[in-house]
Design a protein around this ligand. Structure first.
Ligand SMILES: Nc1nc2c(ncn2[C@@H]2O[C@H](COP(=O)(O)OP(=O)(O)O)[C@@H](O)[C@H]2O)c(=O)[nH]1
Ligand SMILES: [Mg+2]
Length: 397
């Protein structure tokens, strides 16, 4: 069953509105609603004049960045009408629709535009050429907010690398280095050397590098309803745009998965239990039992026996088991099982359905862990035992 984002968000809000969730789950659910309602944030950083505004125009498929000069933050977001406003150092905000330029002390300009590309994502151009304290604050703001970062540069020199070092690894895993002005660099015959010289830092610090001649990429899409396919590709526009929007889509799917997982645990969507309903039985779809991979099942059973022994040894100490510890062990066991079945023969239907069940159990365990109660720990153990029973039923035929 697939739900549009807004429907999922509404369903989450309804579940949260019932007010019977524990505080951890409630705040997690609220964060999920915010995520579903907010567009994916693409932050574009890099030196002044490195081609950031042009790149955003190219990705949006329209001239969306207003000509307001180098303000610290320039946001471009989707909306019903064309609106432009600014926020100043003193905390005041004002409408810029009729203003020729930004007032002194402008920290952030927000441009709203009705453009289809901005329905799912928003852009923020970050200017780090101001005073150091301001740049630091702006960088912090951007890091906090970014889902994807595009660092525009002709060089990626030492100063830029120092700034980039402040970006956390999790965000670097969602970031691209964009080598701009590729047309000029190509004409000077230095493009390939530049790409080669950056390969090491790119491998460590970014997802990948995209060289781009942005002006040409914009020219390739300048006619309405017609893209000059050759120029679109050779300019590097196509590769970068495809990669960025694929990330946006992945992010969206991950948000939806998380929301569904939450609902399955707390609102009884799908066949999953509500908060304290009985633990579901893990149903192995009975197909292709002849082709069962006995060795894999034996390893899975061994793993579960080992985990059960480990837990029992701890309980033997005579003390009450610590629910956090039990949950942690169940999570590890479910993950290990899920990893084990990941290698299952794709032609083996029984192993494949156990693989699905193991993955689903691993997801459920994370939700149990969130509750951190004795009941949740008991449910987690029960779920693990059910998996064990299903596997052992299959092992004996
Ligand atoms: N030749 C060439 N010029 C570009 C390219 N990208 C941007 N420019 C030009 O470089 C100048 C600075 O670009 P801009 O997007 O304003 O940079 P920003 O300051 O980082 O936002 C503008 O005159 C752009 O037209 C490119 O790929 N090739
Ligand atoms: Mg700019």
């Amino acid at each position: 069953m697939t739900y549009p984002l807004t429907q999922l968000a509404e369903q989450l809000e309804q579940t949260l509105g019932q007010g019977n969730l524990k505080p951890d789950a409630q705040s997690w659910g609220m964060a999920l609603v915010d995520r579903l309602r907010a567009p994916v944030q693409i932050v574009v950083m890099g030196p002044q004049g490195s081609g950031k505004s042009s790149l955003i125009n190219m990705l949006a498929g329209a001239r969306v960045v207003p000509d307001v000069g180098p303000v610290p933050v320039l946001e471009v977001i989707g909306g019903a009408e064309d609106l432009i406003s600014c926020e100043c150092e003193d905390g005041s905000s004002r409408d810029l629709s009729d203003a020729a330029e930004c007032p002194a002390g402008t920290l952030r300009v927000t441009q709203t535009v009705p453009v289809p590309a901005l329905e799912e994502c928003g852009f923020a151009e970050i200017n780090l050429s101001g005073p150091p304290e301001q740049s630091e604050a702006v960088l912090e703001w951007a890091i906090e907010r970014a889902d994807i970062v595009l660092w525009c540069t002709e060089e990626f020199g030492p100063e830029e690398r120092m700034m980039w070092a402040r970006v956390p690894d999790e965000l670097k895993d969602h970031s691209f280095l964009v080598l701009t002005m590729a047309d000029r660099q190509m004409m000077r015959g230095i493009l390939s050397d530049k790409i080669n010289s950056l390969s090491e830092v790119v491998a460590e610090e970014f997802l990948t590098l995209f060289p781009i001649a942005t002006i040409q990429a914009i020219a390739a899409q300048s006619e309405p309803d017609h893209v000059h396919a050759g120029l679109w590709k050779s300019s590097g526009g196509k590769a970068l745009r495809d990669a960025v929007f694929k990330r946006v889509e992945h992010g969206r799917l991950a948000d939806q998965d998380n929301a569904r997982m939450f609902l399955s645990r707390f609102a009884g969507l799908r066949h999953m239990p509500a908060a304290r309903a009985p633990v579901p039985s893990v149903t192995v779809r009975q197909t292709g039992v002849d082709a069962v991979n006995e060795e894999l099942f034996a390893s899975a059973l061994n793993l579960l026996h080992r985990e059960a022994d480990r837990m029992l040894n701890e309980v033997d100490g005579g003390q009450d088991p610590d629910p956090d510890k039990v949950l942690q062990q169940c999570v590890e066991a479910a993950n290990a099982l899920s990893d084990l079945f990941a290698e299952a023969d794709p032609g083996d239907n029984a192993a494949q359905s156990l693989k699905d069940d193991a993955a689903e159990s691993a997801e459920m365990m994370l939700l149990f862990q969130l509750e951190r109660s004795e009941d949740a720990a008991a449910d987690a153990v029960t779920l693990l035992m059910q998996l064990k029973k299903e596997i052992s039923d299959h092992s004996v035929g």
